[in-house]
Design a protein around this ligand. Structure first.
Ligand code: RIB
Ligand code: CA
Length: 311
């Protein structure tokens, strides 16, 4: 039976590739809905981009629900400097023909979690929708079997401040609600996504698929990788969000350790830091499986094979 999931996202090129990977796996993943949140770009654009990816994947059966347009407490910060004005620069796909569902994403998350005990949540952006849903309906923590998130960093530090990764930094209060919820968490931090680097050969493999989806992925990655290559001086860019979906499809690609993880929400200097008790120095109960290793060859092979199933 395919696993029921909700994907919460702020597309962003890496989110877009993660969405395509999930939509290419209907035998394994029953995507009950895609919820969008402000993050990489404002909500109107993240919602538009999610609609475009659903249409590109040929999955009109999947609804998109627009969510929160700003963090729970802090002001919104966006990342056009990485993702471009549209958020998915390089995709070169047609504008959406469809529109988002009328229901707010937070209401959809609450309703669907209550109706689907054992559901899995996949979050690819700031945790604003999830934090708001937990604040409005704490009972859903008991219905969610697992929440797999891209966010945080520890040994690798941050990518938005020296201490904080973008998804957590944008809405640390929401992240604190998620990490304090008791839900079984799996965290894909920068420590692992920085080992999932694109390369010319890996981008060419998508273009060589000869499909509209393959061309869109290649175009998006070529745009997306330029910022990180300059910043980190690497040959390619970390492909963050698809690690979340790959974990559901082939968990053996990854390895990590159950740890206690807490979120800094007081100090401006370390705001949004994921404080990972990797060496078990506190007596606090571990609350998260922190992924630290990835077989990047298997990861990109999975991505290319599955994206190749799309139109
Ligand atoms: O820090 C990387 C994360 O922030 C990714 O999810 C990227 O899409 C942005 O949302
Ligand atoms: Ca994202």
């Amino acid at each position: 039976m395919p696993r029921p999931i909700i994907i919460d996202t702020d597309p962003g090129q890496d989110d877009a590739v993660a969405l395509l990977l999930a939509l290419a796996a209907p035998e394994e993943l029953d995507v009950r809905g895609i919820t969008t949140v402000a993050g990489n770009v404002p909500l109107e654009l993240t919602t538009r981009n999610a609609l475009m990816m659903v249409e590109l994947a040929g999955r009109p059966d999947i609804a998109v629900y627009a969510g929160c347009d700003r963090p729970m407490v802090r002001d919104l910060i966006t990342a056009e400097y990485v993702h471009g004005k549209t958020g998915i620069d390089g995709a070169d796909t047609p504008p959406p023909r469809t529109t988002p569902a009328d229901q707010h994403a937070v209401e959809f998350i609450i309703e669907t979690c209550r109706a689907t005990p054992g559901i899995t949540l996949c979050t690819l952006g700031p945790l604003t929708n999830m934090g708001t849903a937990l604040e409005q309906a704490p009972d859903i923590a008991g219905t969610i079997a697992q929440l797999v998130l891209m966010g945080g960093g520890f040994f690798e530090g941050g990518n938005t401040t020296p201490a904080a990764e973008f998804n957590i930094y944008v809405d640390p209060q929401a992240a604190a609600l998620v990490f304090g919820s008791g839900i079984d968490l799996v965290m894909m931090p920068l420590d692992v996504t920085h080992r999932a680097l694109t390369s010319d050969a890996r981008v060419d493999a998508f273009r060589d698929l000869g499909t509209a989806s393959g061309a869109a992925v290649a175009g998006m990655l070529e745009f997306f990788e330029r910022y990180d290559m300059e910043r980190y001086g690497t040959e390619g860019a970390p492909l963050h969000d698809p690690t979340v979906i790959a974990y559901l499809l082939e968990p053996g690609i990854f390895d990590g350790r159950r740890c206690r993880v807490d979120i800094e929400t007081a100090s401006e200097l370390t705001m949004g830091m994921t404080v990972v008790d990797w060496w078990g120095l506190t007596t606090d109960e571990p609350n998260c499986f922190v992924v630290h290793q990835i077989d990047d060859e298997r990861f990109f092979a999975l991505l290319t094979e599955r994206i190749g199933l799309l139109p």
